[in-house]
Write a protein that binds this ligand. Structure first.
Ligand SMILES: [Zn+2]
Length: 407
């Protein structure tokens, strides 16, 4: 089966994850998809196939050389973003894209246009898989799943390509930050791995944000507003003061590249009590620590003026994988070499987010991220150039071959 047909088959499964269920996998659809893939892996003749009760599916393509090599792993996630429905996805292929507007849904007037998404123009002449405008596509990360499985199929059909032991894994709940959570790294038993979960063709990532979440609670005092003089403390107004004390330009909408930020993601208040939720992001570990200190410092300032009003709770979420990749930079070189061998120019960019691979790297499996080919993830404008998906599959095959040459 070719990689496109595989992908079109996979997006039919509704695997949207849900951060509120507290289950693993967070939604039953992911397990249904995992069981379907398990059967496909069996039909392909892979070995050591395991699907655990949390929805983590693993398998092995055994080595076909007679000397020991490192074991490389390839990983993709089963779920799609909670941000947009993945139910009843109706993908459509736009053949030989002409550079103009693509009407996704005539009835609802939904158009994918290079005016808003100039990246489209990089794909003129190629075939694009798009949505019908009512759901996301699910290229994040079913493109990755399709590419890895197609690559295993290719290697099976081409025994002349020499490779060592290859492991593959498909995990639930990446989109809610829990993909690596119950990932059994010792059971996976690979020397290093790659998540096939990046965007545009060529992307290769081994730096991501350090991340924390802060909950800042303001306690006020409510009094009848007609008789409130010198008595009322309005927690919402104090919270507002806190918000404007933070550097105005250090927000997601004003930053890019290696610039970090404070992002106010939630604000809920009454006179009595207001809670602000921030996420804090920075690639640099020192600056990250300083950002957290700055929030604590502002909380103290508020408390100087309104004693006992402000309480702050900060929790680290994940860290930049760079420190875990730097001691084994050869795995970046392998990926770059594989891309060049497939006529792809590697684009090493810092991720402005996290990946499962970052957490896996801290769990002992160094795991950079490689493009899966799609763009505009998590929404109705998501699209996937078919040629990028084919190239990603070729990169997986090539990495397996390069690692197979290493004794
Ligand atoms: Zn993803």
């Amino acid at each position: 089966m070719n990689v496109v047909d595989r992908f079109l088959e996979y997006v039919k499964f509704d695997t949207q994850s849900d951060e509120l269920t507290n289950l693993t996998p967070s939604t039953p659809g992911q397990m249904v998809f995992a069981e379907f893939l398990e059967k496909q892996l069996k039909d392909l003749g892979l070995s050591e196939i395991t699907l655990d009760e949390n929805g983590y599916l693993m398998a092995t393509l055994p080595s076909n050389v007679d000397y020991p090599t490192p074991t490389v792993g390839f990983i993709a996630h089963l779920d799609t973003s909670p941000d947009m429905s993945g139910h009843n996805v109706r993908p459509r292929i736009v053949k030989k894209y002409d550079g103009g507007d693509i009407t996704l849904n005539a009835e609802q007037g939904i158009v994918l246009s290079p005016t808003e998404f100039p990246e489209l123009l990089n794909y003129v002449g190629q075939d694009l898989i798009v949505t019908d405008g009512t759901t996301l596509l699910g290229a994040d990360d079913k493109a990755g799943v399709a590419e890895i499985i197609s690559a295993m199929e290719y290697l099976k059909e081409h025994p002349e390509i020499k490779h060592g032991r290859v492991r593959v894994a498909f995990n639930p709940d990446e989109e809610i930050g829990l993909g690596a959570h119950k990932f059994d790294v010792p059971a996976f038993n690979a020397d290093f791995g790659y998540t096939m979960d990046g965007g545009e063709i060529g992307e290769l990532e081994y730096e991501n944000f350090n991340a924390a979440v802060a909950r800042v609670t303001f306690t006020g005092r409510n009094v009848h507003p007609g008789y409130a003089k010198h008595k009322m403390i309005n927690s919402m107004r104090i919270a507002n003061q806190f918000v404007i004390m933070l550097p105005r330009w250090e927000t997601p909408e004003h930053t890019e590249g290696y610039e970090g930020f404070y992002h106010l993601v939630g604000m809920e208040g009454t006179v009595e009590k207001t809670v602000l939720t921030y996420i804090i992001r920075d690639h640099d570990r020192d600056r990250f620590e300083r950002r957290k200190k700055e929030l604590e410092h502002l909380a103290r300032k508020i408390n100087n003026e309104f004693p006992g009003c402000c309480a702050i709770e900060i929790k680290d979420q994940y860290y930049n994988m760079r420190e875990k990749i730097e001691p084994c930079m050869e795995i970046i070189e392998i990926a770059e070499q594989a891309m060049r061998d497939c006529d792809i120019v590697p684009k090493v960019v810092p991720i402005r987010g996290g990946t499962d691979g970052a957490q896996l790297s801290f769990k002992g499996l160094p795991c950079p991220n490689i493009f899966a080919g799609g763009l505009n993830f998590h929404g109705r404008y998501e699209f996937l150039p078919i040629q990028s998906m084919e190239k990603a599959r070729d990169v997986v095959v090539r990495i397996a071959a390069i690692v197979g040459e290493r004794k």
